[in-house]
Design a protein. Sequence first.
Length: 457
Amino acid sequence: MKTTLSVNQKNMIARFIPRYERMVLAVLDGMIERYERDPEYHFIDTKINIISGQDYDSSAPEDFFKSKEVIYSWIQGRALESLAGHAIWMENYFKPVSGEMRCRIRKIRQIMQEVMESMERIRYQNRGRMFFSFSREGKPLESNHGELRELNHIPDGSNFSDLFYSKGLFSAASYLKMSDKAEESQKYFLQVINDISNHKFITDQQSFDPKNQVVAVHGKYLQGPFMIALSGIAEFAAVTGDSEWLKTGCEFMAHIFKHYINFDSGNEFLLYDFWEAIDAKGKPWKENGVILSDPGHALEFVGLSLKLLLQMEKKTEYATFVEECRDFYPKMMRHYWQQGFNQKSGGICKAYDLCGRCPLNTDMPWWSLPETVRAAAEMIKFAPDSSAVMMEIIEQCSTAFLDKFVNPAVYSMAYQTRSSNGAPTAVIPAVPDADPGYHTGLSIITFLNIFAEIDGD
């Protein structure tokens, strides 16, 4: 569908584009510089406190879990996907590609190859599996709020590390034209997909935040695996051209629609309410009188599923499904935005109670803002009639993120968390390591690509 912007809308977007370009490249340069400073450490190193600008180290026992001795699979898998995405972006976005850009791309290729080798060594040591954290020697580690102990083996059933790493491995291997490794990663990802579909998937996330309990609970089924898998499914569909991936993506989206989003206007919930988990009977998971929703996850779901819908709209067999989504997606996204965004401080709350209709955890993690910027840009492309609302969302998200989260003094990386009053805090949403351009870089690259395409029209 044709998207046109008003002069005011173009001017608004033009204010953010150069700032975002500088930010994406600054984060990338920081990752490259930190990697090159230690030739013996063939892992991505974003082990830095964005508030203080100081590197984490292992000198204090209580901070050992933040040090370079502990490898987080989420970060390494995300970094492989991020680096491949940044390289492709530089090759296509900047014309002509300068010598400086080509130098970055050469370094990225080397880094991806070496990180892949290190991570594959760890995976092979662990019977083809990944886990939340490892020692540098490849021993899986279990953490209890930072206290680590070695595991004898990784629990059965695919986990989030398998999910993040398998799709990151595919992105890197595909970009490097390593066909055997790309095929191997596809089989690995398919196993993860099968485990998600058959409810054999278990979370391996370890909590570093008492307000964000993430331990696996028997009979509690999360939407997260289905949602995160959508990004990998979209990537496999785009790269391989295999129509089966779009079919799988459609099934995963339909599963989330059916079990985790409210489409009934006659019950106790609001239309489009989105809950994090269900019980064995398929009801929203209720604990201590609370039904938990994460507005950031809801907005991330919109963005990741739009990656698939923008491919599906080119296929006649999905015409009905796509048009149904085109009708309610803008309204659904607006609902999540209004529910979660803190207008005063500029950020999206971590948790919302659907029973009490109020924020449950008012901390504001960084990642939900760029994810929302991506979703809004995709929505403008998918449903142009929603442009006015989506532009408002982009403006508020971008202002909050660039002005209040990004720290120009520390590679333009973002504070992981700000409190409801706007102050940066030491709260760790998921992993101590700073984001390796995954939520930030890849989300904003999509935003930049979409508006370059619209302007080019």
